[in-house]
Design a protein around this ligand. Structure first.
Ligand code: FEO
Length: 162
C-alpha cells in the first residue's frame, strides 16, 4: 500500500478515537447537569466514533499494514452551554469531513481502488455527521435553557440510538 496513504489512514484511527474522547467528555458534562437525554445523544455519538475507528483499523489490517496507536490529547471538559457543545460538535465534524476528503483525494491520486470504495462510506456518513448537530443547533437557538421546551428537547435527544 502507498506509504503516505497508509500513514494517513492510521492517523484517522487516532482522529476517530479522539472524536470519541471529545464526545464522551461532553456527555460527562451533560450528565453532571442532569441533561440525561443530551448526554445519551453524545454517548451514542462517541460509540459511533469508535466504530468508525474500527473500520479504518480493520481496513489497514486486511491490507497487511501495521497499526500504530497514537497519543490522544486532553479534550475540553467545560462548556458554556448545551448550545456551545453542539456548535463545537459541528465544527469538529467539519474538520473530520476535511480529513475524509483528504484521504479520498489521496486514495484517488495513488489509484487505491479498495481505499476509494471504503472511503465512500465515510463521505456519505459525514453528511449525516454534520446534519445531526446542525439540526440540534437550530432547535437550541429557538429554546432557552431551563424552559419546558428545553426539557422536551433533552428527552427527544435521549431517544437517539433506542
Ligand atoms: Fe467519525 Fe463523527 O466522524
Amino acid at each position: 500500500m502507498d506509504k503516505k496513504l497508509a500513514k494517513e489512514l492510521n492517523q484517522q484511527i487516532n482522529e476517530e478515537m479522539a472524536s470519541a474522547y471529545i464526545y464522551q467528555a461532553m456527555a460527562a458534562w451533560l450528565e453532571n447537569k442532569n441533561y440525561e437525554g443530551f448526554a445519551g445523544w453524545m454517548k451514542v455519538q462517541a460509540k459511533e466514533e469508535t466504530a468508525h475507528a474500527d473500520k479504518f483499523y480493520k481496513f489497514l489490517l486486511d491490507r497487511g499494514e501495521k497499526i500504530e496507536f497514537l497519543a490522544i490529547g486532553k479534550p475540553e471538559n467545560d462548556f458554556a452551554s448545551v448550545l456551545e457543545i453542539f456548535e463545537i460538535t459541528l465544527k469538529h465534524e467539519k474538520f473530520i469531513t476535511g480529513r475524509i476528503n483528504l484521504l479520498s483525494e489521496l486514495a484517488e491520486k495513488v489509484k487505491d481502488r479498495p481505499a476509494e470504495i471504503m472511503l465512500q462510506w465515510f463521505i456519505t456518513e459525514q453528511v449525516e455527521e454534520e446534519k445531526n448537530p446542525a439540526v440540534m443547533i437550530e432547535k437550541l437557538k429557538l429554546i432557552k435553557e431551563g424552559t419546558g421546551g428545553f426539557f422536551y428537547l433533552d428527552k427527544e435527544a435521549g431517544k437517539r440510538g433506542k
